[in-house]
Structure formats: C-alpha cells, structure tokens
Design a protein around this ligand. Structure first.
Ligand code: SAH
Length: 286
C-alpha cells in the first residue's frame, strides 16, 4: 500500500483490501475505516508536533492511519482484536514498514503489557469509549488523539451547567486537558457509521489533590446522581458523611458555605476537588 493522501485512493484501498481478504466490516467491533484525508492530515500534523518516538494505535483496522504514523515515529505499535485485520496489517503495512509492530489482542486486556508511549492515536471503537478513557488513566503517555462518537465527545467537552455536564465530564477533566479539534460526518468512514464523530486531543494533567482519588471519585459519583439538587441537599446522601452527628454535619455545611446553595451540576472540577477535600477531613474523623 503506497498511495497519496486522497479520498479516492483511500476508498480504493479500503474496498480492495476488504475484497481481497474477504472481510465484511463488523458492526459489533465498530469497524468503520477512515477514508477522509482531512481527518488523517489533522491527526498527523498534531502527532508530528509531539515529535514522538513511540506511538500506540488502538484498533489498527486495515492500517491506513498506521501507514502514515510510521513515517513520523521510531516505532508504531498497533493493537487489533480482529484476526482477519491482523493479517491485513501484517501484509499491507508491517511488511513494508519495519518500524510497525502489530499486536493481536484486546486493548481492554492487554493495555498493561504495552509499555509507555509519547502519543496514542485511535479512531475509537465507539462501543468501548468510556472503558478506553478509563484505561488511558493507567497508561503512561503524553498526548492522545482520539475520534469519539460526537455525543460522547460532547459530554467530555461540556461546561458546568450545560446539559451534557456530568460525572464523565468531571472525571475526564480531572485527569486530562481536553481540546476539541473538529467534527466529522459519517462519510469520513467506510462503511459510514450512523453517528457523527469528533476528534479530540487529550493531555495528561498533573494531578493536584491531596486526598485519595478513590474518595474523590466516590463523592463525584454520589453527588452527580443528584446533579439537579443543591449541594446542601445532595450532600446528605453521601455515604462517607451521612453518619456524622448533627453538630459535625452542621460544621461541615458551614465550612462549605460558599457552595451549599449551588446546584451540583454547576460545580467545576476545581470546586469539586475543594468540596471533596473538605469532606475528607470530616470523613477521617468518624
Ligand atoms: N484505525 C482504523 C480502524 C478504525 S475502526 C482506521 O481509522 O481506519 C476500529 C477498529 O478497532 C476496528 O478495526 C476494530 O476491529 C478494532 N477494535 C474494536 N475493539 C477493539 C479492542 N477491544 N481492542 C483492539 N481493537 C479493537
């Protein structure tokens, strides 16, 4: 596979490979292959800026992106769960590009063994978007370029008090700086998915918190099940402080005075960290 970056050639390559290897794209595995040169160029120019040594691609597919990524980095590891596509990646890409390492496996199981990376790239298998996001908190990397289903990306990008703002938004922004890089129509992929896609850049944040992350996570989860309530009322349902005696509870509410009349859905990540940190002091005193 050597082709210039045009839509026509990307479509030709895709259709030829599918025919030659007798592959019917599987919906269950979100197999929608990129055929949009603009999307590829945007990803590549961003990746190039990172001057990466090692890139991880999640879900290599038929390797169109893999092929170009291999020109930018010293090594590209591409993991793919479908054995038929492994054959394509090996024959069409790895045979021509000796810095491409093809790994057969499920990212959800294999991620701990892959090592660390400068950049992670993925046209995310949409059915495992949130699981992949969680995994990214456990892999060492600097920057990730990810195409999500638009609705999922909207939740990552939402601002406090917007309808999409919720637990996912808070936790994702707790771990990452998130940047919007564009929305793409179904025709950017073959076969076209039923949904629009949004390209996003993630960078790991320095985590600035002096309470256990699990505690923060629990508080956020419990608060956001009541996200339309005022903090004062939502807080009564938080397991870790619910058993406080009345005096202590009032003391806590008093300490959180500037937040208690705010609706949970309006609280920013920074404010939630402050709230959880205050709660943690009381929690430890139980
Ligand atoms: N990167 C390619 C393919 C995108 S389609 C491109 O842009 O054209 C998503 C790919 O992820 C499919 O090839 C699918 O088989 C693969 N995939 C789905 N679930 C996976 C998993 N759990 N682990 C690894 N790959 C997976």
């Amino acid at each position: 596979m050597v082709f210039s970056l045009s839509r026509k050639e990307l479509i030709n390559y895709t259709i030829n490979v599918l025919r030659t290897y007798n592959i019917r794209p599987r919906k269950r595995l979100s197999q929608n292959f990129v055929i949009d040169p603009h999307l590829i160029r945007t990803i590549l120019s961003r990746v190039r800026k990172c001057r990466p040594k090692r890139i991880l691609e999640i879900g290599g597919g038929i390797g169109a992106l893999t092929f170009y990524l291999s020109d930018i980095a010293e090594e590209v590891v591409t993991i793919e769960v479908d054995k038929k596509l492994i054959k394509v990646l090996e024959n069409e890409v790895a045979l021509r590009k000796d810095n491409v390492k093809v790994v057969y496996g499920d990212i959800l199981k294999a991620y701990k063994k892959l090592g660390s990376f400068d950049v992670i790239v993925s046209n995310i298998p949409y059915h495992i978007s949130s699981k992949i996001l969680f995994i990214l908190t456990e892999i060492k990397f600097k920057e990730a370029l990810l195409t999500f289903q638009k609705e999922f990306a909207d939740r990552l990008l939402a601002k406090p008090n917007e309808p999409d703002y919720g637990r996912l938004t808070v936790m994702a922004n707790f771990y990452f700086d998130i940047e919007y890089l564009g929305t793409y129509s179904p025709s950017s992929f073959y076969p076209p998915p039923k949904v629009y896609s949004t390209l996003i850049d993630l960078r790991r944040k320095r985590i600035d918190i002096n309470i256990p992350i699990d505690f923060f996570q629990d508080v956020v989860r419990e608060l956001f099940t009541l996200k339309n309530r005022k903090l004062k009322s939502a807080i009564r349902n938080i397991r870790s402080v619910k058993n406080l005696d009345d005096a202590k509870f009032l003391e806590l509410i008093h300490e959180l005075e500037k937040y208690v009349n705010r609706r949970v859905r309006t609280l920013s990540v920074g404010e939630l960290i402050e709230i959880a940190s205050t709660m943690y002091r009381y929690y430890k005193e139980i």
